[in-house]
Design a protein around this ligand. Structure first.
Ligand code: MG
Length: 378
């Protein structure tokens, strides 16, 4: 895959109706508008450099909006063409992608289609057909315009870097509405690829709610999983529950440390990730897990959940036993589970119940645990 530099134009000073914040920094579905497409580029394996044109006065705000992302800034020019030229002048990769910050719905699939097209053409851009009828309004007259052969051109617009640099030279100081126009003026071939309706440009106040709906639907979906586990009790010198060792006259029987609370939560996390159950990942027949600290099972399940695109939100564990008394240990268990899952302690709940002396838990033959784990798709 040929590596590319991403140039993002965020130099506008347009403000959302009723807001003092320039459009590119307005919050959409929990993130500043600009951050959405920067994250998509940053996650793409062929993207090696991200350059953003912003007004010099907005550096502080842009830095905050993009915390944790590796980007370079250039000062935006008076026009789009000048801003893009300033970005492209810094590009150090063989290909360059030029994108509007106001299109937060960018996807890696679109980037891949553009990269494919650049294998055989010096330029490529995403395009969509026209659905609505068109008309030219002249004075009081309305003159229909045929939509045959007309397409809507989106961004990113992608080029061989040397070709677009030459196109800027050819253009002199002229301004263009986009880089496809610039490229065509310089005689460069541009191949159109399938665009994406969700990558529309946020332009009018109503577009913010449309973008909010589109981006939340894609990334905010909740996922959850449940788990249940039982281990037998014998007399002994202590047991592990929810990652905390409790000195008492009992022990839990199992191949690992038999931490029934962590096992139930591990199964819940695997459930949310669609990754099977704890026995598949850590079979009792495997000598490696003999006496193992169950913390590592939970940590592994959390990694699988993150790989499945799940951001953890909440964990809830119920321990079912007559003894030991859980109340005095609750805070320590909560802190340990928070540490293992990366959740804030406030997002971890530990509770206990008895079965009124009924059944195997009531008779003290074993301890049962159930758990629920909640996350959102990112
Ligand atoms: Mg178990």
């Amino acid at each position: 895959m040929t590596p590319f530099s991403a140039c993002i134009v965020a130099a506008g000073r347009g403000t959302r109706a009723g807001s003092a914040v320039p459009k590119q920094f307005a919050m959409v579905a929990g993130k500043p508008l600009l951050r959405w497409s920067v994250e998509v580029f940053a996650a793409h394996p062929a993207c090696r450099q991200i350059i953003i044109a912003i007004p010099a006065s907005e550096r502080g705000r842009a830095g905050t909006a993009l915390t944790g992302l590796d980007v370079a800034f250039v000062n935006g020019g008076e026009t789009r063409t000048r801003s893009v030229r300033a970005c492209v002048g810094k590009a150090d990769q063989p290909l360059v992608f030029i994108h509007d910050a106001a299109r937060p719905g960018l996807t890696s699939a679109t980037i891949d289609r553009l990269l494919d097209a650049l294998e055989t053409a010096p330029g490529s851009a995403p395009a969509l057909p026209m659905a609505d009828a068109l008309a030219r309004v002249a004075g009081r007259g309305v003159e229909p315009v045929s939509r045959d052969g007309l397409m809507r051109i989106q961004t990113p617009q992608a080029f061989h870097t040397s070709a677009i640099v030459n196109a800027f030279e050819t253009a002199g100081g002229a301004d263009f509405p986009d880089e496809v126009s610039l490229a065509r003026a310089a005689g460069l071939d541009v191949t159109l690829v399938q665009g994406d309706e969700k990558a529309f440009k946020v332009t009018f106040p109503d577009d913010f709610s449309r973008a909010e709906a589109a981006l939340s639907a894609a990334t905010g979906l909740p996922v959850m999983g449940t788990g249940f586990d039982v281990h037998r009790l014998r007399s002994g010198e202590g047991l592990h529950l929810c990652g905390v060792f409790i000195t008492c006259d009992m022990a839990l029987v199992g191949h690992s440390d038999a931490d029934v609370g962590l096992h139930a939560l591990t199964d819940a996390v695997l459930g949310a990730a669609g990754a099977g159950d704890i026995g598949q990942h850590f079979p009792p027949s495997d000598q490696r897990w003999r006496g193992a600290d169950s913390a590592q099972f939970l940590v592994h399940a959390m990694e699988l959940a993150r790989e499945a695109g799940i951001r953890p939100v909440h964990a809830d564990i119920t321990l079912i036993c007559e003894r030991p008394k859980i109340g005095p240990l609750r805070d320590a268990m909560r802190a340990r589970v928070a540490e293992l899952t990366g959740l804030a302690p406030a997002r971890v709940n530990i509770k206990a119940t008895t079965t009124e002396k009924l059944g195997f838990t009531g008779r003290g033959e074993g301890i049962a645990a159930q758990a629920a784990f909640t996350g959102v798709l990112t």
